[in-house]
Design a protein around this ligand. Structure first.
Ligand SMILES: [Mn+2]
Length: 297
């Protein structure tokens, strides 16, 4: 990569990162407005892209350098000069709809979880119905939080308005969210973090739920345990570990068609590289699993 080229995901050479020839397009959305505890998610996309330059392109699981086969184009960060979270969601939706219409795999880097509402709306506009799979510590099913229905704490609730949601890794919710789950069993299926640790058969039930479906995957990085990802606004103990996360993603992509995914809520801690690197590698792994099932552009 030339000295003056803008950084791209995995620091790919020009022949594997041009827009036209790439099967994957990365859209950084450093949006943060409604964070309620620790901030810093606006630094997520830049930290992920920076750390990704240290991820090996070769992946032993695939026996090749997958990214060189299908290509990844990294767009400049989406400029969001807006007054309200709703306006931000609208602009994200417009950008995602346009990208999804190209047929490339759209990968959005957040930012706070509100970003995912824009992604979901844009995908729905461009590609029609889908099921959402959400890896997260938090249910994010509040109808409104701190005065706005577009808080990060309401992300999944807004997405249920577009279609069913399957949640994995949840270990934090309030009474209104528990009541919503109770009242809408068809809209949201939850595999709680503590339940999946006790029940080895849960992955088969998850596969039954997603088999043959078109899926939008939203990866809230706080789904992972704070021992490996401390860099997030609202960390929760008892999260997913590396290999079990890969197992979930492998099962999902083997049995469902992932039409797009995002990764949100990384709030980098200066000087602490491991969480940024882990997130970048998780994103490359997810791309590789999804692209294994897709024809090249
Ligand atoms: Mn979360």
């Amino acid at each position: 990569m030339g000295e003056h080229e803008p950084p791209n995901f995995l620091a790919l050479p020009p022949e594997a990162s041009g827009f036209a020839e790439s099967g994957v397009v990365v859209l950084p959305v450093p949006y943060e407005a409604t964070t309620s505890y620790g901030g810093g998610t606006q630094g997520g996309p830049e930290a992920i892209i920076q750390a990704s330059s240290q991820v090996e392109l070769y992946d032993r699981e695939f026996g090749e350098e997958p990214a060189l086969r299908w290509g990844i184009h990294t767009l400049p960060p989406l400029p969001l000069d807006v007054e309200t979270p709703e306006a931000a969601v609208d602009e994200i939706a417009a950008a995602v709809a346009e990208l999804a219409a190209t047929g490339k795999l759209v990968v959005v880097l957040g930012g706070e979880h509100t970003v995912s509402v824009g992604v979901a709306r844009g995908l729905h506009r461009a590609l029609g119905d889908f099921l959402t799979v959400q890896l997260d510590a938090h249910a994010d099913l509040r109808d409104s939080y701190e005065g706005t229905p577009y808080s990060h704490a309401c992300a999944a609730r807004r997405i249920t308005e577009l279609g069913p949601v399957v949640q994995i890794g949840i270990r934090s919710l309030d009474v209104s969210e528990a009541e919503f789950l109770e009242a809408h069993p068809d809209q949201v299926t939850v595999f709680f973090a503590d339940d999946i640790r006790r029940d080895a058969g849960w992955l088969d039930r998850f596969v039954d739920r997603v088999r043959g479906r078109r899926v939008f995957l939203t990866l809230d990085i706080d789904a992972l345990d704070p021992s490996i990802i401390p860099s997030t606004g609202t960390p929760e103990p008892g999260g997913l570990l590396w290999y079990e996360t890969l197992e979930i993603l492998r099962a999902l992509t083997e049995h469902a068609e992932v039409i797009a995914f995002d990764c949100v809520e990384l709030a980098p801690i200066p000087g602490l590289h491991a969480p940024d690197f882990t997130t970048a590698k998780l994103i490359y792994k997810t791309m590789s699993y999804v692209m294994r099932r897709r024809l090249p552009v």
